[in-house]
Design a binder for this molecule. Structure first.
Ligand SMILES: NC(=O)c1ccc[n+]([C@@H]2O[C@H](COP(=O)([O-])OP(=O)(O)OC[C@H]3O[C@@H](n4cnc5c(N)ncnc54)[C@H](OP(=O)(O)O)[C@@H]3O)[C@@H](O)[C@H]2O)c1
Length: 332
């Protein structure tokens, strides 16, 4: 089988022939039709991720057909599936197992290949309304957005939501899910074009985080927010705390702009705010997300599609951050 392999920090990815994969007990081999990228793949190529290991087949997201299953694999053979990249989440809904949890695509070989080996517990039937590219766009970003909005922030219909960095993979899912759950959604972005794209997706308004006074613009437009979904952190957190309504929830899953240097903790307790850390999601979150996608016939936002052999170009495209939505790879 062909696989896109990264051999070291900053290297070009090479397309290589590898022996076909064999399933162990409780595992399945999925013949992938499409995969998609996450910011994580860029961090790994840059050497800025914990637990680096080379050579590695990157990729946490994939969809395809189950080719074979090992003992105790059940009746998955031949089914069209999406792969849940949260491996060994563990029994708790509150958090992942701190020792056993892994994300597909490091240390385990991932989805930028014709085959991937995963536990059968990580398979779910592909919703019928989605094509392969749309299905492959969902897993990591969709799961992270769904858990942040639903299981952590407990968003309810009619609430006002702010999604920061609207162009991001997770952010576009957050917009779609919040809308599907009946919220009024506002966004920030570093680009006017992406703000317009977010409006086309259903956002009621937005502001450019590069412009002076973006927070005041949002305050005037929306009043305040019950739920804020963020992955930028940094100095922006203080503004998000001011933009949150009393009793508001700020769920975050990244810190692209680093740690905030100065946060007024008194504002957090006085306004009864909840600051909610979140990462990926449990099997129940994954199933809940797929149910919502099926129920509301949600279509993921795809920015660009590349053939697998152009994996380097696809990663460069993500590193440049010009995308709105997910970057997908078609697997031959
Ligand atoms: N903990 C987890 O489970 C988990 C899961 C997924 C992702 N993450 C992390 O979350 C972050 C986003 O991941 P992704 O895959 O969605 O990446 P992505 O598709 O590359 O999106 C990153 C987005 O960050 C936004 N951004 C950059 N600077 C910003 C700022 N100052 N204020 C607000 N937004 C800003 C940009 O939005 P615009 O383009 O609109 O300007 C950009 O599109 C990364 O740090 C990633 O590592 C964590």
């Amino acid at each position: 089988m062909k696989a896109a392999v990264l051999h070291g920090i900053g290297d070009e990815i090479r397309i290589e022939d590898r022996p076909d994969l064999q399933p162990g007990p409780g595992e399945a081999i999925v013949r992938l039709k499409a995969a998609s990228l996450n910011r994580r793949d860029v961090w790994i190529r840059l050497g800025q991720y914990a637990g680096l290991k080379f050579p590695i087949v990157l990729g946490s997201d994939g969809a395809g057909v189950v080719e074979s299953v090992g003992d105790e694999g059940g009746a998955w053979g031949g089914r069209e599936v999406i792969v849940n990249p949260s491996i060994n989440w563990g029994p708790s809904q509150s958090s992942q197992d701190q020792k056993e949890f892994q994300i597909l695509g490091l240390p385990r070989d991932g989805t930028l290949a014709q085959q991937v080996r995963v536990p059968v517990a990580n398979l779910i039937d592909k919703p019928r309304h989605l094509n392969w590219e749309q299905a492959a766009a969902i897993p990591l970003a969709g799961l992270t957005a769904f858990r942040a909005i639903s299981s952590r922030a407990h968003l309810v219909s009619g609430e006002k939501v702010l999604v920061t960095g609207a162009g991001g993979g997770v952010a576009t899912f957050a917009i779609l899910f919040a809308k599907a759950l009946g919220a009024e959604v506002f966004v920030t972005s570093g680009s006017e074009e992406k703000l317009a794209q977010a409006r086309a997706l259903g956002a009621s308004g937005g502001a450019n985080y590069r412009s002076e006074g973006w927070d005041k613009e949002l305050k005037e437009a929306a009043g305040g927010f019950d739920v804020i979904i963020d992955s930028a952190m940094g100095e922006g957190l203080s503004k998000l705390i001011e933009l949150a309504n009393p009793g508001g929830r700020i769920a975050f899953f990244g810190a692209t702009n680093g740690n905030p240097a100065d946060v007024n903790m008194r504002r957090i307790f006085w306004k009864q705010l909840s600051l909610l850390g979140t990462t990926m999601g449990s099997p129940a979150d994954f199933a809940g997300m797929i149910s919502l996608i099926e129920l509301k016939q949600i279509n993921p936002v795809i920015d660009t599609t590349f053939p697998l052999e152009d994996a380097n170009k696809a990663l460069d495209h993500m590193q440049a951050s010009s995308q709105f939505g997910k970057i997908v790879l078609q697997i031959p």
